[in-house]
Design a protein around this ligand. Sequence first.
Ligand code: ACO
Length: 322
Amino acid sequence: MKYSRIIGTGGYLPEKVLTNKDLESTIETSDEWITSRTGIRERRIAADDEFTVDLAEAAALNAIEAASVSRGEIDLIIVATTTADQVFPSTACLLQQRLGMEGDPAFDVQAVCAGFLFALGVADKFVRTGAANCALVIGAETFSRIIDWSDRRTCVLFGDGAGAVVLRADNSPGLLSTHLHSDGKYKDLLCVPVGVSRNFSKVQAGAAYTTMEGTEVFRWAVKAMSDIITETLDANDMQKDDLDWLIPHQANIRIINAVGARAKIPNEKVVVTVDRHGNTSAASVPLALDQAVRDGRVKSGQHVLLEGFGGGFTWGSALIKM
Ligand code: ACO
């Protein structure tokens, strides 16, 4: 059996920075409240004429360059997104056309904030079984488009961005294991309760907004993301001390700290970008990985655990030897 290995990472953030101070002038909030409850100081917001595929393309090109592969070598594209450009075709197909590629499979995966882990898990299986040799896996979101900017309980939390990796088949790992879970009974705790088939008039009226039971989501995110660390390490006969880095979904610094504390992983081993990015949903984990690779923290040969948690609920992890 072959393995898949990450050979390049990329990221993209829209130019516009929205600070907590900026939000103070539009809703009743304060920099102090947002920073102390979430750790978020600023987030990026896509321009009106910038779409999820634009963000995905920029991150993809960045990852392709880092991987030093030709576009012709890539034979699978998976985009994890909650905020697709169109109902169809998929954002992955739109991206495939942008990149001048054709013929090989390109499709979207929807698992909200855990979406990148789901996409990575699927791509890994394609590569391991020989169905693909070189995969482009992207998390890209314009989450700002499904936020009610007058709702202070949600709007301070989210931002836009994209992250990408190129995976290639290799005889040695690579991705050691991926673990994916869902539990639909929690569907109402974090959702956009309208869509194409249900309450489409609200979508047409521009009122397709994220709703959330913040305290419940917090509780479940901490439990699921700390339990899956144990599950992942056990599956690989590894101890927490064998990990060089934990890269958790970037939703809230208090969730990240609570996960680290429960899993007994010191803060110095945890990559944090939530202060500058906010919660970019499916983009948060690949963006944080890219950042840590580019600033030299994550190095070749190190063991990195990626994990995500999102609406559904969905949660997943990947243990990687870089
Ligand atoms: N500014 C000022 N006050 C606010 C704001 C705001 N932006 N938002 C809420 N408040 C108020 C509330 O109205 C409430 O006031 P009240 O007591 O008069 O009703 C008060 O602050 C306290 O609200 P709580 O909900 O108790 O605040 P809490 O400490 O629980 O923090 C938060 C709220 C930050 C949303 C927290 O519950 C959380 O982080 N939950 C996880 C949610 C999350 O990260 N979701 C992202 C998607 S899921 C994922 O990606 C994991």
